[in-house]
Write a protein that binds this ligand. Structure first.
Ligand SMILES: N[C@@H](CCC(=O)N[C@@H](CS)C(=O)NCC(=O)O)C(=O)O
Length: 216
């Protein structure tokens, strides 16, 4: 499905929000959230292979030298900078008038529960597994990757009573889950996960998801 990138502006001077990133889950999650929140932004592609994220210019934005980074220009104030994909995602959701994130009560509690399930039990261990692989610790990496995949499989149960991860409508908990499912799409046994499969297909058809996935 090809959807024109309506929110993405190629000219960095055109939009007050700039998103620095590459074709990674963390960058895509941030882009999907900006798209779903209808926040115009420009994309700055960071070439990881060339080490652009380790340059002094980039470290001025994020001293850790990691992507994504969101920069929002504000009139007569210093730029507002976020350096965590999940913070960018929640910041975008906070500007959606509760469309992408319930504001209070049990609905908000359930949303946080699901969001942190994906962030802490799937996304974080996966990132650690990747780092361990790069350092040659294959056994430990496989252990963490296995736990992460198991948690993703068990997310099937969240969809028993509702079409989305935190209830009846799409929230950024789905964004967190979607980039994880995309990363594991070849490892998952989709035939044994009918609810997760239907949810994944539903998300694949969302223009904001399609545009965010293609932003970089
Ligand atoms: N907690 C950060 C993690 C950011 C992160 O690890 N980014 C990776 C790419 S997805 C990166 O920049 N890796 C380059 C490196 O480690 O040198 C977030 O969620 O944004």
């Amino acid at each position: 499905m090809k959807v024109p990138a309506l929110n993405v502006m190629e000219d960095p001077l055109m939009a007050a929000v700039r998103l620095y990133g590459a074709q990674t889950g963390n960058s895509r999650r941030a882009a999907i959230a900006l798209e779903e929140a209808d926040i115009p932004y420009s994309v700055i592609r960071v070439d990881l292979r060339a080490g652009e994220h380790k340059t002094a210019a980039f470290r001025a934005l994020n001293p850790r030298g990691l992507i994504p980074v969101m920069v929002e220009e504000r009139e007569e104030e210093a730029d507002f900078i976020l350096t965590q994909s999940n913070a960018i995602m929640l910041y975008a959701a906070s500007r959606s008038r509760e469309r992408l994130m319930p504001g209070s009560g049990p609905a908000a509690g359930l949303f946080f529960d699901r969001l942190f399930y994906f962030v802490t039990e799937i996304i974080a261990p996966n990132g650690s597994a990747f780092a361990l692989t790069q350092e040659g610790h294959e056994h430990s990496a496989a252990f963490l990757a296995g736990r992460s995949l198991e948690a993703l499989v068990q997310a099937e149960r969240f969809l028993r009573d509702a079409p989305y991860m935190a209830g009846d409508s799409f929230t950024v908990a789905d964004t967190a889950a979607y980039t994880s499912a995309f990363a594991e799409r070849h490892a998952l046994d989709w035939s044994g996960l009918p609810l997760l499969n239907a949810w994944y297909t539903r998300n694949n058809a969302r223009p904001g998801v399609v545009r965010g996935m293609g932003a970089f």
